[in-house]
Design a protein around this ligand. Sequence first.
Ligand code: ATP
Ligand code: MG
Length: 772
Amino acid sequence: MKDLFKDLNEIQKQAVSTTEGPLMIIAGAGSGKTRVLTYRIAHLIEKGIDSFNILALTFTNKAAREMKERISSLIGGTEAKNLWMGTFHSVFARILRAEAHKLGFPSNFTIYDSQDSVNVIKKLISEMQLDSDIYKPKQVLGRISSYKNNLITVRAYFNNPELIEADQAAMKPKIGEIYKAYVERCFKSGAMDFDDLLLRTNELLTRFPEVLAKYQDRFRYIMVDEYQDTNHSQYLIVKALASRFENICVVGDDAQSIYAFRGANIRNILDFQKDYSDAKIIPLEQNYRSTQIIVEAANEVIAKNRDQLEKNVWTQNNEGDKIPLYRALSDADEANYVAAEIFNLKLTQQKRNKDFAILYRTNAQSRAIEEALRKKNIAYQVYGGLSFYQRKEIKDLLAYLRVLVNPRDQEALLRIINYPARGIGNTTLNKLIVGADQQDQSINEILENIELLGQAIGLNKPTIEKLANFWTMIKSFQVLLKTEDVYEVAMKVAITSGILKTLKEDDTPEGISRVENVQELMNSLQGFVDEQRQLEDGDPSLNYFLENIALASDLDNGNEEDDKVSLMTIHLAKGLEFPVVFIVGLEENLFPSQMSLNTRQELEEERRLFYVALTRAEKKAYFTYATTRFRWGKIVDGEPSRFLEEINNKHLEILNIEFKGSTKNRSGLDSDLFDGDFSPRYPKGPNPKYQNKQEPPRSPQNLKPISNAKLTHPVGGSLSDLKLGDHVLHDRFGKGIVKSIEGDPENAKALIDFENEGEKKLLLKFAKLKIL
Ligand code: ATP
Ligand code: MG
């Protein structure tokens, strides 16, 4: 145990020691909000509060894990283990599992990711014979999502003429009916989508006062990080849970609210004082993260926003370097500049790859940057985009596993019923869907009795036999699940169903990489089983595995121990910090996004996004923009972003922009930038230094498909060198010492004594271990 308070400034101490009653900390970026929350929890536990009674809600599960580790290291012992920490979605999914039966859901309900939801909507639109050009499935889902996040249930929708009229005015009068059908289909499938996890929690807490009382009594101390980005549904859950003890502490920064498009509601901050009349408000103003130049530049930009709470963020840190501004001729040139800078800083300043982050507005921008990094042999990790678990081959296999756990999951069932092809065509599927509806049963119930019911729903004998065979296979997997672990079952599924065989028939590089992906999924299943078995309260069930996958955020796929440059959208970077940050693509219509130029509110949200991006940087930030860029399949011209204009020139190191009065008449920006003192180093276009003339040879490693799924591969080289007494680092259990090693090299296990977690036996093949 250490003296917690010595790591905090006066005002932070006050925030940490104010443990009773409502407290709101609204403060600028990097001022220690998350740190205060972490120390506050440690302090509560030290004061003797049972960790069982503490709930902390974070923006990502990764943030929760890190916070937990930090608390463990602050207070020692194992107390932190019982803390309930995680995203709203993961915490309330857990509560819903325990209580789902009250709402008519099975406890093994499936969680639909947005791809599943879109698929369901697509099917409904086609079943209802609506035009999918008018009812674009993603848009319809967005609309439904916003209803749910504002607690507008189907019934509330139909009772609200304004909403109905609004949809009619938008020429989409059937939205309400799609909404209704979607909710019914999900219910029948025993499935909840992401928004349901919040909506149904609200339903649970309102309809069942005894359930509310139980969780109010349990969560006596509630903390919420990134409060500015909570939506209405989340706000109501927190309010309900906190209303008995009112020990609620929320931290956030209105200047970093960047999820309005997903329903985040800044009013939640403004209403806090109304909801809790005795609320204490503590501001934090000293930034500990960034250099003076970064803090000042960020302040200058955000000051342009009209809607904001006043704050004065300052820092005692060094002044730091000016922010280089690089004007690229193309996206490739921009990418080469970034890669070359990283290469140089690694060489001259002993920086590691993981000290760098490259932040962009849209996922599509990563491609050019990836290429430039690969050319320079710089290891990187792309976060977000199409996640590993959304790849077709992975979704297919997971769909089998989902059906084993929850046979009512219609989306999964329809996905696999004829995959790999077994001669069950669309006509059959339609008969099944219609038949199920008519009999008021779900498809799995029809399949269960297909020999009896098949004819009644219009199927012929050979088809009935095919369906019966399919269902017998599924049932045999279910039987297996009773005795075998999930890895064994998944392996059996992959082989018996014919998935592996089908994939292996394709020997193109893409086909090979699909087989590798399935292998990777198997590794992660094995790793999961292994990890859960080692935990006292581990749960190696298939259900829990699937839940973890469904709720893994885009950030959870990486492995912090890897020494890699991070590439991500700014939205994902919230709350994170890196020594060096590149903000690329600073062009009008890209950042700020073209879609945001209609209203002041939208533009202000883009500006907050810029503020978030810049305040991720500790030591150095870079800005780049390109005068031409490959977008939507063609070359488009770009003007520098207005946000660059909003920063005082004295904070910028302008690298290569043409002289004032050059014949090329560009935006007003140039003339602003050129007032004053810079000497253009590269008067004509990009620095030739950054033009890649020759492509260096690619290492085999670089030719591997890029996957976000670094789940269970050992990190940091070969573990076969592991010896007794070695100090190791495990990405969950932390530091430890090797006590013994047993078994043949292929299946070697090591007994490791972890500083905070005690002794654990790990299978080396899958342990995420690094030798220190
Ligand atoms: P954001 O708004 O980006 O989420 P934040 O307000 O949550 O930022 P933290 O991430 O908690 O800020 O802190 C920023 C950095 O400053 C962290 O590296 C943290 O460890 C450090 N820090 C905060 N307070 C102190 C302090 N009193 N002494 C030393 N370092 C501090
Ligand atoms: Mg934070």
